[in-house]
Write a protein that binds this ligand. Structure first.
Ligand code: ZN
Length: 488
Protein backbone atom coordinates (compact mmCIF):
# COMPACT_ATOMS: atom_id res chain seq x y z
CA UNK A 1 0.00 0.00 0.00
CA UNK A 2 2.96 2.33 0.73
CA UNK A 3 4.03 2.07 -2.92
CA UNK A 4 0.57 3.08 -4.09
CA UNK A 5 0.40 6.04 -1.67
CA UNK A 6 3.82 7.25 -2.69
CA UNK A 7 3.05 6.89 -6.42
CA UNK A 8 -0.18 8.83 -6.01
CA UNK A 9 1.52 11.66 -4.06
CA UNK A 10 4.34 11.85 -6.62
CA UNK A 11 1.74 12.09 -9.41
CA UNK A 12 -0.03 15.05 -7.69
CA UNK A 13 -3.06 12.97 -6.82
CA UNK A 14 -4.49 13.31 -3.35
CA UNK A 15 -4.66 9.98 -1.57
CA UNK A 16 -8.06 9.50 0.08
CA UNK A 17 -8.22 10.24 3.81
CA UNK A 18 -9.47 7.95 6.58
CA UNK A 19 -9.52 4.17 6.79
CA UNK A 20 -9.92 2.46 3.44
CA UNK A 21 -10.71 -1.18 2.73
CA UNK A 22 -9.62 -2.64 -0.59
CA UNK A 23 -11.46 -5.88 -1.24
CA UNK A 24 -9.80 -8.27 -3.69
CA UNK A 25 -12.62 -10.67 -4.45
CA UNK A 26 -13.10 -13.62 -4.56
CA UNK A 27 -11.34 -14.06 -1.22
CA UNK A 28 -10.71 -17.81 -1.58
CA UNK A 29 -8.44 -17.36 -4.63
CA UNK A 30 -4.87 -16.64 -3.58
CA UNK A 31 -3.44 -13.45 -5.06
CA UNK A 32 0.22 -12.64 -5.37
CA UNK A 33 2.42 -10.14 -7.09
CA UNK A 34 2.68 -6.45 -7.75
CA UNK A 35 0.33 -6.38 -10.75
CA UNK A 36 -2.51 -5.27 -8.42
CA UNK A 37 -0.79 -1.90 -7.71
CA UNK A 38 -2.18 -0.12 -10.77
CA UNK A 39 -5.79 -1.38 -10.50
CA UNK A 40 -5.89 -0.55 -6.76
CA UNK A 41 -4.52 2.97 -7.37
CA UNK A 42 -6.95 3.60 -10.24
CA UNK A 43 -9.83 2.31 -8.11
CA UNK A 44 -8.96 4.67 -5.26
CA UNK A 45 -8.57 7.67 -7.58
CA UNK A 46 -11.82 7.02 -9.44
CA UNK A 47 -13.69 6.38 -6.19
CA UNK A 48 -12.26 9.49 -4.52
CA UNK A 49 -11.60 12.31 -6.92
CA UNK A 50 -13.06 11.52 -10.35
CA UNK A 51 -15.71 13.91 -11.69
CA UNK A 52 -19.33 13.00 -11.03
CA UNK A 53 -20.63 10.22 -13.31
CA UNK A 54 -17.16 9.03 -14.40
CA UNK A 55 -16.43 5.45 -13.41
CA UNK A 56 -14.17 2.63 -14.48
CA UNK A 57 -14.77 1.81 -18.20
CA UNK A 58 -16.58 -1.54 -18.08
CA UNK A 59 -14.78 -3.15 -21.03
CA UNK A 60 -11.29 -2.41 -19.59
CA UNK A 61 -8.95 -4.44 -17.40
CA UNK A 62 -5.58 -3.30 -16.10
CA UNK A 63 -2.41 -4.57 -14.43
CA UNK A 64 0.95 -3.06 -13.49
CA UNK A 65 3.41 -2.38 -10.72
CA UNK A 66 3.84 1.20 -9.46
CA UNK A 67 7.19 2.61 -8.54
CA UNK A 68 7.42 5.23 -5.78
CA UNK A 69 7.69 8.09 -8.30
CA UNK A 70 4.49 7.12 -10.16
CA UNK A 71 6.04 5.28 -13.09
CA UNK A 72 4.58 1.93 -14.12
CA UNK A 73 6.89 -1.10 -14.08
CA UNK A 74 6.51 -4.35 -16.06
CA UNK A 75 5.12 -7.44 -14.33
CA UNK A 76 5.37 -11.20 -14.87
CA UNK A 77 2.43 -13.18 -16.27
CA UNK A 78 0.92 -10.50 -18.54
CA UNK A 79 0.02 -13.00 -21.28
CA UNK A 80 -2.17 -15.22 -19.03
CA UNK A 81 -3.62 -12.02 -17.49
CA UNK A 82 -4.78 -10.73 -20.90
CA UNK A 83 -6.18 -14.16 -21.80
CA UNK A 84 -8.14 -14.25 -18.54
CA UNK A 85 -9.38 -10.70 -19.17
CA UNK A 86 -10.62 -11.75 -22.62
CA UNK A 87 -12.34 -14.81 -21.11
CA UNK A 88 -14.24 -12.55 -18.71
CA UNK A 89 -15.47 -10.37 -21.58
CA UNK A 90 -12.96 -7.47 -21.46
CA UNK A 91 -12.08 -6.00 -24.85
CA UNK A 92 -9.33 -3.55 -23.77
CA UNK A 93 -6.42 -3.80 -21.37
CA UNK A 94 -4.13 -1.19 -19.82
CA UNK A 95 -0.67 -2.69 -19.26
CA UNK A 96 2.86 -1.43 -18.50
CA UNK A 97 4.52 -0.18 -21.71
CA UNK A 98 7.26 -2.80 -21.45
CA UNK A 99 4.65 -5.58 -21.39
CA UNK A 100 2.68 -4.25 -24.41
CA UNK A 101 4.42 -6.45 -26.99
CA UNK A 102 3.73 -9.58 -24.94
CA UNK A 103 0.11 -8.57 -24.20
CA UNK A 104 -0.68 -7.88 -27.85
CA UNK A 105 -0.30 -11.59 -28.75
CA UNK A 106 -3.81 -12.32 -27.54
CA UNK A 107 -6.14 -11.80 -30.51
CA UNK A 108 -9.31 -9.75 -30.03
CA UNK A 109 -8.02 -7.49 -27.24
CA UNK A 110 -6.86 -3.87 -27.67
CA UNK A 111 -3.71 -3.09 -25.68
CA UNK A 112 -3.05 0.38 -24.19
CA UNK A 113 0.57 0.73 -23.01
CA UNK A 114 1.07 3.16 -20.11
CA UNK A 115 4.27 4.59 -18.66
CA UNK A 116 2.95 6.58 -15.68
CA UNK A 117 0.03 6.61 -13.29
CA UNK A 118 -0.97 10.05 -14.62
CA UNK A 119 -1.34 8.66 -18.18
CA UNK A 120 -3.37 5.71 -16.89
CA UNK A 121 -5.77 7.97 -14.98
CA UNK A 122 -6.19 10.32 -17.96
CA UNK A 123 -7.04 7.34 -20.17
CA UNK A 124 -9.48 5.84 -17.64
CA UNK A 125 -11.44 9.06 -17.10
CA UNK A 126 -11.35 9.86 -20.83
CA UNK A 127 -9.41 13.15 -20.76
CA UNK A 128 -6.53 11.81 -22.90
CA UNK A 129 -6.74 8.60 -24.91
CA UNK A 130 -3.61 6.47 -25.20
CA UNK A 131 -2.71 5.17 -28.66
CA UNK A 132 -3.30 1.39 -28.79
CA UNK A 133 -0.27 -0.85 -29.35
CA UNK A 134 -0.37 -2.74 -32.64
CA UNK A 135 1.64 -5.92 -33.12
CA UNK A 136 4.24 -5.34 -35.87
CA UNK A 137 3.57 -8.81 -37.36
CA UNK A 138 1.29 -11.80 -36.82
CA UNK A 139 2.62 -14.17 -34.11
CA UNK A 140 4.60 -17.03 -35.61
CA UNK A 141 4.12 -20.66 -34.67
CA UNK A 142 7.24 -22.23 -36.09
CA UNK A 143 8.55 -25.70 -35.33
CA UNK A 144 11.78 -26.06 -33.37
CA UNK A 145 14.87 -24.04 -34.04
CA UNK A 146 16.88 -25.34 -36.97
CA UNK A 147 20.14 -23.52 -36.46
CA UNK A 148 21.80 -26.83 -35.62
CA UNK A 149 21.41 -29.34 -38.44
CA UNK A 150 21.14 -33.13 -38.21
CA UNK A 151 23.75 -33.43 -40.97
CA UNK A 152 26.35 -32.47 -38.32
CA UNK A 153 25.80 -35.86 -36.68
CA UNK A 154 28.06 -38.49 -38.21
CA UNK A 155 28.11 -42.27 -37.91
CA UNK A 156 24.83 -42.57 -35.99
CA UNK A 157 22.32 -43.33 -38.74
CA UNK A 158 20.47 -45.77 -36.49
CA UNK A 159 19.98 -43.00 -33.92
CA UNK A 160 18.84 -40.52 -36.59
CA UNK A 161 16.25 -43.09 -37.72
CA UNK A 162 15.14 -43.40 -34.11
CA UNK A 163 14.75 -39.60 -33.79
CA UNK A 164 12.49 -39.63 -36.85
CA UNK A 165 10.34 -42.38 -35.35
CA UNK A 166 10.18 -40.58 -31.99
CA UNK A 167 9.16 -37.32 -33.67
CA UNK A 168 6.57 -38.94 -35.93
CA UNK A 169 4.90 -40.96 -33.18
CA UNK A 170 5.38 -38.67 -30.16
CA UNK A 171 7.42 -41.38 -28.40
CA UNK A 172 9.70 -40.70 -25.45
CA UNK A 173 13.25 -41.82 -26.11
CA UNK A 174 16.12 -43.05 -23.94
CA UNK A 175 19.60 -43.12 -25.51
CA UNK A 176 22.34 -45.19 -23.92
CA UNK A 177 25.90 -44.87 -25.13
CA UNK A 178 29.51 -44.17 -24.15
CA UNK A 179 30.72 -40.60 -23.50
CA UNK A 180 31.21 -38.52 -26.64
CA UNK A 181 29.07 -40.65 -28.97
CA UNK A 182 26.77 -37.73 -29.85
CA UNK A 183 23.77 -38.14 -27.54
CA UNK A 184 23.56 -34.42 -26.74
CA UNK A 185 24.09 -33.42 -30.38
CA UNK A 186 21.20 -35.64 -31.42
CA UNK A 187 18.90 -34.34 -28.70
CA UNK A 188 19.65 -30.70 -29.53
CA UNK A 189 18.57 -31.29 -33.11
CA UNK A 190 15.34 -33.04 -32.22
CA UNK A 191 12.99 -30.03 -32.02
CA UNK A 192 14.07 -29.12 -35.58
CA UNK A 193 12.31 -32.19 -37.01
CA UNK A 194 9.06 -31.80 -35.04
CA UNK A 195 5.94 -30.57 -36.85
CA UNK A 196 4.76 -26.98 -36.40
CA UNK A 197 2.74 -26.42 -33.28
CA UNK A 198 -0.82 -25.14 -33.16
CA UNK A 199 -1.64 -21.53 -32.21
CA UNK A 200 -3.32 -22.86 -29.07
CA UNK A 201 -0.31 -24.89 -27.93
CA UNK A 202 2.00 -21.96 -28.68
CA UNK A 203 -0.20 -19.68 -26.55
CA UNK A 204 -0.18 -22.17 -23.64
CA UNK A 205 3.59 -22.51 -23.78
CA UNK A 206 4.09 -18.75 -24.00
CA UNK A 207 1.79 -18.21 -21.01
CA UNK A 208 3.99 -20.50 -18.90
CA UNK A 209 7.12 -18.62 -20.00
CA UNK A 210 5.32 -15.34 -19.23
CA UNK A 211 4.65 -16.48 -15.64
CA UNK A 212 8.39 -16.97 -15.23
CA UNK A 213 9.07 -13.53 -16.74
CA UNK A 214 10.94 -15.08 -19.67
CA UNK A 215 9.09 -13.22 -22.44
CA UNK A 216 9.51 -9.53 -21.67
CA UNK A 217 12.19 -8.80 -24.24
CA UNK A 218 10.77 -10.40 -27.37
CA UNK A 219 7.19 -10.78 -26.22
CA UNK A 220 6.66 -14.10 -27.97
CA UNK A 221 8.54 -17.35 -28.37
CA UNK A 222 7.74 -18.80 -31.80
CA UNK A 223 9.66 -22.08 -31.34
CA UNK A 224 8.84 -25.27 -29.53
CA UNK A 225 10.83 -25.17 -26.30
CA UNK A 226 13.94 -27.26 -25.70
CA UNK A 227 14.74 -27.48 -22.01
CA UNK A 228 17.85 -29.22 -20.75
CA UNK A 229 18.08 -28.83 -16.95
CA UNK A 230 21.24 -29.99 -15.15
CA UNK A 231 21.09 -33.21 -13.14
CA UNK A 232 21.53 -31.30 -9.87
CA UNK A 233 18.10 -29.62 -10.28
CA UNK A 234 15.77 -29.76 -7.27
CA UNK A 235 12.35 -31.39 -7.31
CA UNK A 236 10.67 -27.94 -7.16
CA UNK A 237 12.84 -26.70 -10.04
CA UNK A 238 11.86 -29.68 -12.17
CA UNK A 239 8.19 -30.09 -11.30
CA UNK A 240 7.26 -26.59 -10.10
CA UNK A 241 6.80 -25.04 -6.66
CA UNK A 242 7.96 -22.07 -4.64
CA UNK A 243 5.89 -19.23 -3.24
CA UNK A 244 3.75 -18.28 -5.07
CA UNK A 245 3.65 -21.66 -6.82
CA UNK A 246 5.40 -21.33 -10.17
CA UNK A 247 5.92 -23.69 -13.10
CA UNK A 248 8.98 -25.97 -13.28
CA UNK A 249 11.04 -27.34 -16.16
CA UNK A 250 8.37 -29.94 -17.07
CA UNK A 251 5.92 -27.09 -17.75
CA UNK A 252 8.46 -24.85 -19.46
CA UNK A 253 9.02 -27.80 -21.85
CA UNK A 254 5.25 -28.04 -22.59
CA UNK A 255 4.74 -28.49 -26.32
CA UNK A 256 8.43 -29.21 -26.83
CA UNK A 257 11.28 -31.33 -25.56
CA UNK A 258 12.66 -32.04 -22.10
CA UNK A 259 16.22 -33.33 -22.50
CA UNK A 260 17.68 -35.02 -19.44
CA UNK A 261 21.35 -35.81 -19.96
CA UNK A 262 22.97 -38.18 -17.47
CA UNK A 263 19.48 -39.36 -16.64
CA UNK A 264 20.57 -41.71 -13.85
CA UNK A 265 22.31 -38.87 -11.99
CA UNK A 266 19.09 -36.92 -11.37
CA UNK A 267 17.81 -37.44 -7.84
CA UNK A 268 15.38 -40.29 -7.34
CA UNK A 269 12.54 -37.99 -6.31
CA UNK A 270 13.01 -35.85 -9.45
CA UNK A 271 12.94 -38.92 -11.74
CA UNK A 272 9.93 -40.45 -10.00
CA UNK A 273 8.17 -37.07 -10.08
CA UNK A 274 8.18 -37.31 -13.90
CA UNK A 275 5.68 -40.17 -13.76
CA UNK A 276 2.63 -37.90 -13.44
CA UNK A 277 3.43 -35.51 -16.32
CA UNK A 278 4.59 -38.39 -18.54
CA UNK A 279 1.29 -40.14 -17.91
CA UNK A 280 -1.16 -37.22 -18.05
CA UNK A 281 0.61 -34.26 -19.69
CA UNK A 282 -0.11 -32.19 -16.55
CA UNK A 283 1.47 -31.61 -13.16
CA UNK A 284 -0.43 -30.84 -9.96
CA UNK A 285 1.48 -29.03 -7.18
CA UNK A 286 0.06 -28.75 -3.66
CA UNK A 287 1.40 -26.51 -0.92
CA UNK A 288 -0.40 -25.87 2.34
CA UNK A 289 -3.86 -24.73 1.27
CA UNK A 290 -3.06 -24.16 -2.38
CA UNK A 291 -3.13 -26.54 -5.35
CA UNK A 292 -2.12 -25.49 -8.84
CA UNK A 293 -2.14 -27.57 -12.02
CA UNK A 294 0.18 -26.60 -14.88
CA UNK A 295 0.28 -28.16 -18.35
CA UNK A 296 3.33 -30.40 -18.81
CA UNK A 297 2.91 -32.18 -22.14
CA UNK A 298 6.52 -32.61 -23.25
CA UNK A 299 8.44 -35.24 -25.14
CA UNK A 300 11.18 -36.76 -23.00
CA UNK A 301 14.58 -37.37 -24.53
CA UNK A 302 16.86 -38.92 -21.92
CA UNK A 303 20.49 -39.93 -22.26
CA UNK A 304 22.74 -42.03 -20.05
CA UNK A 305 26.01 -43.92 -20.08
CA UNK A 306 25.61 -47.71 -20.14
CA UNK A 307 27.40 -48.06 -16.77
CA UNK A 308 29.19 -45.82 -14.22
CA UNK A 309 32.50 -45.84 -16.15
CA UNK A 310 30.63 -45.42 -19.46
CA UNK A 311 32.21 -48.21 -21.51
CA UNK A 312 30.04 -51.29 -20.99
CA UNK A 313 29.35 -53.18 -24.27
CA UNK A 314 31.71 -50.95 -26.26
CA UNK A 315 34.65 -51.95 -28.40
CA UNK A 316 36.70 -48.83 -27.78
CA UNK A 317 37.62 -49.39 -24.11
CA UNK A 318 37.17 -51.98 -21.42
CA UNK A 319 34.52 -51.47 -18.76
CA UNK A 320 36.03 -51.29 -15.29
CA UNK A 321 32.80 -51.51 -13.29
CA UNK A 322 32.02 -54.33 -10.91
CA UNK A 323 28.83 -56.35 -11.37
CA UNK A 324 27.41 -54.72 -8.26
CA UNK A 325 28.12 -51.20 -9.58
CA UNK A 326 26.42 -52.05 -12.88
CA UNK A 327 23.46 -53.48 -11.02
CA UNK A 328 23.01 -50.42 -8.83
CA UNK A 329 23.38 -48.16 -11.86
CA UNK A 330 20.70 -49.90 -13.93
CA UNK A 331 18.40 -50.08 -10.92
CA UNK A 332 18.29 -46.28 -10.59
CA UNK A 333 15.54 -46.20 -13.23
CA UNK A 334 12.39 -47.80 -11.89
CA UNK A 335 10.04 -49.98 -13.94
CA UNK A 336 7.21 -47.39 -13.97
CA UNK A 337 9.55 -44.76 -15.46
CA UNK A 338 10.92 -47.13 -18.12
CA UNK A 339 7.31 -48.12 -18.90
CA UNK A 340 6.63 -44.55 -19.98
CA UNK A 341 9.55 -44.46 -22.41
CA UNK A 342 8.57 -46.25 -25.62
CA UNK A 343 11.99 -46.25 -27.26
CA UNK A 344 15.37 -47.29 -25.84
CA UNK A 345 18.31 -47.15 -28.24
CA UNK A 346 21.93 -48.04 -27.76
CA UNK A 347 24.62 -45.91 -29.42
CA UNK A 348 28.19 -46.97 -30.13
CA UNK A 349 31.27 -44.75 -30.14
CA UNK A 350 31.69 -43.10 -33.55
CA UNK A 351 33.98 -44.91 -35.98
CA UNK A 352 36.66 -42.38 -37.08
CA UNK A 353 36.10 -43.38 -40.74
CA UNK A 354 32.53 -42.02 -40.59
CA UNK A 355 33.79 -38.43 -40.22
CA UNK A 356 34.81 -38.51 -43.89
CA UNK A 357 31.40 -39.76 -44.99
CA UNK A 358 29.50 -36.96 -43.17
CA UNK A 359 25.95 -37.04 -41.81
CA UNK A 360 23.21 -39.30 -43.14
CA UNK A 361 20.54 -36.67 -43.74
CA UNK A 362 19.70 -33.05 -43.10
CA UNK A 363 17.13 -31.76 -40.64
CA UNK A 364 15.00 -30.74 -43.60
CA UNK A 365 14.99 -34.27 -45.06
CA UNK A 366 14.25 -35.89 -41.70
CA UNK A 367 11.44 -33.44 -41.04
CA UNK A 368 9.85 -34.22 -44.40
CA UNK A 369 9.79 -37.92 -43.44
CA UNK A 370 8.19 -37.04 -40.10
CA UNK A 371 5.53 -34.86 -41.72
CA UNK A 372 4.79 -37.58 -44.29
CA UNK A 373 4.19 -40.11 -41.50
CA UNK A 374 1.93 -37.68 -39.64
CA UNK A 375 -0.09 -36.99 -42.80
CA UNK A 376 -0.44 -40.76 -43.32
CA UNK A 377 -1.67 -41.13 -39.73
CA UNK A 378 -4.25 -38.41 -40.34
CA UNK A 379 -5.45 -40.27 -43.46
CA UNK A 380 -5.98 -43.31 -41.24
CA UNK A 381 -8.37 -41.02 -39.29
CA UNK A 382 -6.27 -41.03 -36.15
CA UNK A 383 -5.88 -37.72 -34.37
CA UNK A 384 -3.75 -38.75 -31.36
CA UNK A 385 -0.03 -39.61 -31.63
CA UNK A 386 0.78 -43.33 -31.75
CA UNK A 387 2.44 -43.02 -28.33
CA UNK A 388 -1.05 -42.62 -26.84
CA UNK A 389 -2.61 -45.75 -28.38
CA UNK A 390 -3.78 -48.59 -26.10
CA UNK A 391 -3.13 -52.30 -26.61
CA UNK A 392 -6.64 -52.96 -27.94
CA UNK A 393 -6.45 -50.06 -30.43
CA UNK A 394 -3.04 -51.25 -31.62
CA UNK A 395 -4.23 -54.79 -32.28
CA UNK A 396 -6.90 -53.47 -34.64
CA UNK A 397 -4.13 -51.63 -36.55
CA UNK A 398 -1.82 -54.63 -37.00
CA UNK A 399 -1.75 -57.46 -39.54
CA UNK A 400 -1.98 -61.12 -38.45
CA UNK A 401 1.62 -61.61 -39.56
CA UNK A 402 2.80 -58.75 -37.37
CA UNK A 403 0.96 -60.05 -34.31
CA UNK A 404 2.39 -63.56 -34.86
CA UNK A 405 5.86 -62.02 -35.10
CA UNK A 406 5.38 -60.17 -31.81
CA UNK A 407 4.34 -63.43 -30.11
CA UNK A 408 7.53 -65.14 -31.32
CA UNK A 409 9.73 -62.27 -30.07
CA UNK A 410 7.96 -62.18 -26.73
CA UNK A 411 8.50 -65.91 -26.32
CA UNK A 412 12.19 -65.83 -27.23
CA UNK A 413 13.11 -62.74 -25.15
CA UNK A 414 10.66 -63.39 -22.32
CA UNK A 415 9.00 -59.96 -22.66
CA UNK A 416 6.07 -58.70 -20.59
CA UNK A 417 2.65 -57.62 -21.87
CA UNK A 418 3.68 -53.99 -21.30
CA UNK A 419 6.72 -54.40 -23.54
CA UNK A 420 4.42 -55.85 -26.20
CA UNK A 421 2.28 -52.67 -26.22
CA UNK A 422 5.38 -50.47 -26.48
CA UNK A 423 6.75 -52.50 -29.37
CA UNK A 424 3.41 -52.28 -31.19
CA UNK A 425 3.22 -48.51 -30.64
CA UNK A 426 6.64 -47.93 -32.15
CA UNK A 427 5.86 -50.44 -34.91
CA UNK A 428 2.72 -48.40 -35.74
CA UNK A 429 4.94 -45.35 -36.29
CA UNK A 430 7.40 -47.37 -38.41
CA UNK A 431 4.37 -48.47 -40.47
CA UNK A 432 3.25 -44.83 -40.89
CA UNK A 433 6.73 -43.88 -42.07
CA UNK A 434 6.55 -46.65 -44.68
CA UNK A 435 2.92 -45.99 -45.60
CA UNK A 436 1.62 -49.37 -44.36
CA UNK A 437 -2.09 -49.30 -43.55
CA UNK A 438 -1.67 -52.23 -41.12
CA UNK A 439 1.49 -52.92 -39.08
CA UNK A 440 3.63 -55.50 -40.93
CA UNK A 441 6.17 -57.99 -39.52
CA UNK A 442 9.01 -55.79 -40.84
CA UNK A 443 7.68 -52.83 -38.83
CA UNK A 444 7.75 -55.01 -35.71
CA UNK A 445 11.37 -55.98 -36.42
CA UNK A 446 12.34 -52.31 -36.78
CA UNK A 447 10.51 -51.44 -33.56
CA UNK A 448 12.41 -54.16 -31.67
CA UNK A 449 15.70 -52.52 -32.66
CA UNK A 450 14.48 -49.55 -30.64
CA UNK A 451 13.73 -51.56 -27.52
CA UNK A 452 17.19 -52.57 -26.35
CA UNK A 453 16.40 -52.46 -22.67
CA UNK A 454 13.48 -54.90 -22.89
CA UNK A 455 14.37 -58.22 -21.42
CA UNK A 456 17.39 -56.50 -19.92
CA UNK A 457 15.25 -54.42 -17.64
CA UNK A 458 13.24 -57.46 -16.64
CA UNK A 459 16.43 -59.36 -15.91
CA UNK A 460 17.63 -56.42 -13.82
CA UNK A 461 14.41 -56.51 -11.86
CA UNK A 462 14.91 -60.25 -11.21
CA UNK A 463 18.45 -59.55 -10.06
CA UNK A 464 17.10 -56.82 -7.82
CA UNK A 465 14.74 -59.31 -6.22
CA UNK A 466 17.61 -61.74 -5.68
CA UNK A 467 19.63 -58.98 -4.11
CA UNK A 468 16.82 -58.02 -1.77
CA UNK A 469 16.53 -61.63 -0.74
CA UNK A 470 20.26 -61.64 -0.01
CA UNK A 471 19.44 -58.56 2.15
CA UNK A 472 22.11 -56.20 0.89
CA UNK A 473 21.61 -52.64 2.00
CA UNK A 474 20.77 -50.72 -1.22
CA UNK A 475 21.96 -47.41 0.22
CA UNK A 476 25.45 -48.69 0.93
CA UNK A 477 26.81 -47.40 -2.38
CA UNK A 478 24.11 -45.80 -4.51
CA UNK A 479 20.37 -45.74 -3.91
CA UNK A 480 18.41 -48.72 -5.22
CA UNK A 481 15.11 -48.46 -7.10
CA UNK A 482 11.72 -47.70 -5.65
CA UNK A 483 9.37 -50.67 -5.51
CA UNK A 484 8.37 -51.15 -9.14
CA UNK A 485 4.64 -51.00 -8.79
CA UNK A 486 2.96 -50.25 -12.07
CA UNK A 487 -0.20 -48.39 -12.93
CA UNK A 488 -0.79 -50.30 -16.14
ZN1 ZN B 1 31.65 -49.62 -16.80
Amino acid sequence: MDRIWSAMSSSDMVPPRGILTVNLAPADVSKHGTLFDLPIALGLILAGSAPEGVGWPADHACAGELSLDGRIQPVKGILPFVLAARRSGKKRVIVPAENALEASHVPGVTVYPVGTLTDAVAHAVGTARIKPFVLPQKPRCAAGRREKDLSDVVGQSHAVDALEVAAAGGHNLLMTGPPGCGKTMLAERFTGILPEWSQNLALQSNCIHSLKGLLTEKGWKPYRPFRAPHHTISRAGMLGGGRPIGPGEVSLAHGGVLFLDEFTRFSRSVIEGLREPLQSGKIGISRLRETVTFPAGFQLIAAMNPCPCGWKNTKKRKCTCSDMQKLHYAARLSGPILDRIDMHIELQAVNPASFREGGTRTTRQARQNVLRAIRFRARRNQSVPNAQLTGVELEALASEGALDHVEIIMGSLGLSARSRVRILRVARTCADLEGHRLIQAIDVRKACNNRRLDGLEEKEQDKQKDREEASIDPDSTEPGPLPSESED
